[in-house]
Design a protein around this ligand. Structure first.
Ligand code: HEM
Length: 409
């Protein structure tokens, strides 16, 4: 069997979501582990192989920093972006962040998330058509993070530019997973602006700590060790992007799925207790992350191939979540699916640290939307993001039938 197959070069990959899922299904059946010719990366498509890579962090490193020279301002943020670290650095940073970002901090956010959601829905109340991304899915997680960090919402526009710059890393419409130095340089000034902003906030919180996340990060201590300013800054920048656009995409996907399945929307409206399971199914079927990268720390066997030390492996998480070998009826939206051990929030030591917040935001937003709208359907002009970068929507026009009465606050 050749170790490369045609159609795996990034430039040849299908661009639309439907075509991409058909291609994943083909690869799961016929070439579950393969190497592409253009970049020499390996691609992993099946659930079982994805779990193998994600859970064996000793063989599959998350540290890709040596692949591309990081411009200075990115390198500063990277000091706190612990998703790209291996143990022991990963353990140290994740441990310190966990001390500030506890389940209690998240649980206490529920009324805040609800208030922000209601305010955003109120601002659109009565409209015949609501563009859901701009009206709710984008601003909600941004406002929640601003609240967590206790930074003024008036800085929202700047946050938006920084989060986009960090997320897309200057890739524009180019689907490459690891951005080039040139791409990074194109957005570096924005990152410099963000770094200066956060360093000011951090200095202020060191002087006058409060009960916010940044103060928590500044004060977090482990065996007498604290985070350096640039690590706190890196964590802030990383949380801004990790906790924001991901949530935007998944919420858009949830509403898009429910708009095309009025039966499911009606069932959830009648029984809100079923919403958490539906959120898991949205994450499985339309999680935001198409793929995540790892690098072999030694020669390793995977799917019958020998992967040489140093090679990059792209784990197509979204393909794994559609693997019929693991999920019966895998491409159907079954809101009550159980068990549902998807990989949309990762697996292993890098499992999403924001998962409780992600789940809270999705649940509360859906509860509020379903209460505010008696019914809803898709409007015209739905636009998707390139699914090789993120699975989600850029524009989601919704035509709601507004409920007459508000629920009491
Ligand atoms: C629905 C929304 C979200 C999705 C789909 C999502 C998805 C993921 C995934 C797949 C990973 C693992 C990546 C890998 O192994 O390469 C991850 C890690 C991470 N996520 Fe999330 N996430 C979401 C929301 C959030 C939120 C709200 C926050 C925080 C405010 C957050 C913070 C993080 C952090 C810090 C990591 C790195 C963890 C580590 O490396 O130890 N995420 N997320």
């Amino acid at each position: 069997m050749p170790d490369t197959v045609p159609g795996l070069d990034l430039a040849d990959q299908p661009t639309g979501y439907e075509a991409l899922t058909a291609w994943w299904a083909h690869m799961r059946d016929h070439a579950p582990v393969r190497r592409d010719r253009a970049l020499g990366h390996w691609h992993v498509f099946r659930y079982a192989d994805a779990v193998t890579v994600l859970t064996d962090h000793e063989t599959w490193s998350s540290d890709l920093r040596s692949l591309v020279r990081q411009p200075e301002q990115f390198a500063i943020v990277a000091r706190g972006a612990f998703n790209g670290f291996d143990p022991p650095d990963h353990r140290r940073l994740r441990g310190l962040v966990s001390k500030a970002f506890t389940p209690r901090v998240v649980a206490e956010l529920e009324p805040v998330v609800r208030r922000i959601t209601r305010d955003l829905l109120d601002a659109a109340r009565g409209e015949r058509e609501v563009e859901l991304i701009d009206a709710l899915a984008y601003p909600l997680p941004l406002a929640v993070i601003a609240e967590l960090m206790r930074v003024p919402l008036t800085d929202r526009e700047r946050f938006r530019r920084w989060a986009d710059a960090l997320f897309y890393q200057g890739r524009g419409d180019d689907p490459v997973i690891v951005p080039t130095e040139e791409m990074l340089l194109s957005v570096e000034p924005l990152i410099g602006e963000m770094n200066a902003y956060f360093l000011d906030v951090i200095a202020e919180r060191r002087r006058r700590p409060g009960d916010d996340l940044i103060s928590g990060l500044v004060l977090a201590e482990d065996g007498g060790q604290r985070l350096a300013d640039e690590e706190v800054l890196g964590v802030c920048g990383f949380l801004l992007v990790a906790g924001h656009i991901t949530t935007t995409m998944v919420l858009g996907n949830a509403v898009h799925l429910l708009a095309t399945r009025p039966d499911a929307a009606a069932a959830l409206r009648a029984e809100p207790a079923a919403i958490p399971a539906a959120v898991e199914e949205v994450l499985r079927l339309r999680g935001q992350l198409p793929a995540t990268a790892r690098r072999a720390t030694r020669d390793a066997e995977l799917g019958g191939f020998l992967i040489p030390e140093g090679d990059v492996v792209l784990v197509w998480v979204a393909s794994a979540n559609l693997d019929e070998r693991r999920f019966p009826d895998a491409d159907r939206f079954r809101p009550d699916r159980s068990p549902n051990q998807h990989l949309a929030l990762g697996r292993g030591i890098h499992f999403c640290i924001g998962a409780p917040l992600a789940r809270l935001e999705q649940r509360v937003a859906l509860e509020e939307l379903l209460a505010a709208w008696r019914d809803f359907r898709l409007g015209d002009g739905v636009e998707f993001v390139d699914p090789r970068q993120a699975i989600g929507l850029r524009r989601l026009p919704i035509r709601p039938v507004w409920a007459d009465h508000r629920r009491p606050r």
